[in-house]
Write a protein that binds this ligand. Structure first.
Ligand SMILES: Nc1ncnc2c1ncn2[C@@H]1O[C@H](COP(=O)(O)OP(=O)(O)OP(=O)(O)O)[C@@H](O)[C@H]1O
Length: 366
């Protein structure tokens, strides 16, 4: 297992900064997702690691060795792209053995066979070895592409949006396959995606990029629960959170007060948000942070404007009494309906407050 390190790595194209001083230390055997919107620097990072482009500045290490001047074929990495392009005129077996034969023409047939068998076994391709790519489903083709990368037993796998050509259900199945594969082989994986759900389910840690800068590098749970800034808070999660500017007030019970709405905060808020009382903040409010209730005793009033069933949840689009729109999650069995007058209590442990000027998260005690 191999570590990967970027230290002060910078890449520009003319005046355009593709990557501004990246520092990132990936532990051996980690599965790291590089996540961010289009143009944020993910592919630049991957291409620098692969050696397909050169850094202007900084140092890149694979397993402790500085590789800035090492050619791609000597970096001991394998790449799988979005367009995995199998050789159409070769069978699955021939596609899998290709990298071995390309490296060493005289490699023994028994060695090739043993390696292909092992990789095919890990990926569940054993019964498909005689087929041609056009006789395979999209998911099977993608597994062959992964197998072709695995066969040379590289130290690090680089995957660039490998699932984006597959339909939604297959993508979810392949996610499980890739995760199982990582657990089976234990190699270090660096995986580029703009799909936050993919990053959340696959990665041991997620590196979130925006505009060529690393915004946060942490576990999926940490990134979701404790986003470092407003960009990360907005980018993670199935549904965009509501970001509302206002103040934490301590008067009549602790509350968040915005010009167009008020939210009562529960007791846990005393520790979590009370230190920021009186100062302007932007609050990130996710649906699961709001608890709807019948009647408005001890909670602030809202009206349900729309209900959306989303699998096991009912998503309530609500209007606070002051007019602000928020989204709450409920159990469909509770039967909330459009037009209902409800109470909303915020679970402060699930709220994050941000500095309106810098966008950085405010943490009690920091
Ligand atoms: N060869 C190039 N010449 C000029 N600018 C480039 C080149 N390659 C990348 N860039 C710019 O560098 C920035 C980062 O690009 P990069 O491809 O790393 O983004 P990305 O996060 O991978 O985006 P995507 O998800 O769209 O692939 C972008 O602004 C892009 O336009």
């Amino acid at each position: 297992m191999t570590s990967v390190t970027f230290a002060g790595v910078r890449k520009t194209y003319g005046d355009a900064v593709a990557l501004a001083g990246l520092d990132l230390a990936i532990e051996p055997g980690e599965f790291v997702a590089l996540l961010g919107p289009s143009g944020s620097g993910k592919t630049t990072t991957l291409n620098l690691l692969a050696g397909l482009i050169d850094a202007d500045d900084g140092e890149i290490r694979i397993g402790g060795r500085v590789v800035n001047d090492v050619t791609p074929d000597r970096r001991d990495i394998a790449m799988v792209f979005q367009n995995y392009a199998l050789y159409p005129h070769l069978t699955v077996f021939e596609n899998l053995e290709f990298p071995l034969r390309a490296r060493d023409r005289r490699v023994a047939a028994t060695v090739v066979e043993a390696k292909v068998d092992r990789v095919a076994g890990t990926l569940g391709l054993g019964d498909l070895l005689h087929r041609y790519p056009k006789e395979l489903s999209g998911g099977q083709q993608q597994r062959v592409a992964l197998g072709r990368a695995m066969i040379r037993e590289p130290k690090v796998f680089l995957l660039d949006e490998p699932l984006s050509n597959l339909d939604a259900r297959l993508r979810i199945r392949m996610r499980r396959d890739i995760k199982a594969l990582h657990e089976a082989i234990g190699s270090t994986i660096v995986y580029v995606t703009h799909d936050q759900a993919e990053a959340m389910t696959l990665a041991t840690r997620i590196a979130v990029f925006a505009e060529g800068r690393l915004q946060q590098f942490a576990s999926p749970a940490e990134i979701y629960a404790r986003p470092a800034n407003l960009f990360v808070a907005g980018f993670l999660g199935e549904r965009e959170p509501v970001l509302m500017a206002g103040r934490i007030e301590t008067g009549d019970g602790l509350a968040f007060v915005a010009p167009d709405g008020r939210l009562a905060l529960d007791a846990a808020a005393a520790r979590h948000l009370a230190p920021f009382a009186g100062r302007p903040v932007v609050l990130c409010i996710r649906a699961e942070a709001l608890r709807p209730s019948r009647g408005t005793d001890g909670a602030d009033g809202a009206v349900v404007a729309q209900v959306e069933l989303s699998g096991p949840d009912a998503i309530l689009y609500c209007r606070l009494d002051g007019g602000a729109e928020v989204v709450a999650r409920a159990d469909p069995a509770d039967g909330f309906a459009k037009g209902d007058r409800i109470g909303l209590t915020a679970d402060a442990a699930r709220l994050t407050a941000f500095d309106p000027t810098t966008g950085a998260a405010l943490r009690a005690g920091e």
